[in-house]
Design a protein around this ligand. Structure first.
Ligand code: ZN
Length: 240
């Protein structure tokens, strides 16, 4: 595939100070322009960033996630559960997902890749509720942190969050991480119950609970980039 055959979407963001470029499996190349930059400049912007676009495309291709490549997986490996699930596909009038232990069967109307990605995300969120909620409660109890509740969703941009009332929200994608990394994310949110910012007191508290925090945080950051494309597909991408 050539980078210049990938569909380009141009949007404007009044808060953008400079041009932003992204390439994603589900949306192709996205260019975000500040108001002062004209759309007629897009071809030259792309040309200037050609080497970045080519590198990004090669990287996505090796992971089977380049725009236009089918992002639906044949297998899903969840390190947190130390378990691999196998996915088979078939056709049906409406999207359906059948689960039998570690065998998933996804039925889709012809070519509806996005609908398949959303079905798998719902399955992941359910699985996350089963496993991440008790995990979080256990870690909280072990360290004597009182929380008001735990929710699991498939958030777009973060591993977890903590509300002012001590409600923890965790990303179902944490199931892709090995336990020590997922535990670090949970501990991070638990530390927010007492410390609402990322100041020195917060950092000290987190390092005390997880002495390997620096190493874990670095691995957690790269892990987000390495998540399979289907986990990041949004409802508005369906049909794209
Ligand atoms: Zn935080």
């Amino acid at each position: 595939m050539q980078w210049n055959s990938i569909p380009v979407t141009v949007t404007r963001n009044p808060r953008a100070r400079k041009v932003w470029l992204k390439m994603r499996s589900c949306r192709g190349i996205e260019v975000v322009l500040p108001y002062r930059v004209s759309t007629s400049e897009v071809p030259s912007i792309l040309e200037r960033h050609k080497s970045w676009l080519m590198e990004r495309l090669a990287d996505l291709e090796t992971r089977g996630q380049a725009p236009g490549q089918n992002p639906l997986p044949d297998a899903v490996t969840l390190a947190f559960l130390n378990r691999e699930y196998f996915v088979a596909y078939g056709e049906a009038v409406r999207p359906e997902l059948h689960v039998a232990e570690t065998q998933l069967r996804v039925l889709l109307p012809g070519g509806e890749t996005g609908a398949g990605a959303l079905l798998l995300q719902m399955w992941l969120a359910d699985l996350g509720k089963c496993h991440l909620v008790p995990f979080c409660r256990e870690v909280a109890q072990l360290h004597g942190v009182s929380i008001s509740g735990v929710r699991v969703r498939n958030q777009a941009g973060r591993w977890g969050s903590c509300s002012a009332r001590g409600g923890i929200s965790l990303n179902a994608k944490l199931l892709f991480l090995p336990r020590p990394l997922a535990r670090n994310v949970v501990l991070h949110e638990l530390c927010h119950v007492a410390h609402r910012n990322h100041g020195p007191a917060f950092k000290a508290a987190l390092r005390e609970l997880d002495p390997l925090t620096d190493e874990h945080e670095a691995r957690i950051r790269t892990a987000w980039e390495e998540l399979p494309a289907w986990t990041k597909w949004r409802r508005k991408d369906v049909g794209a």
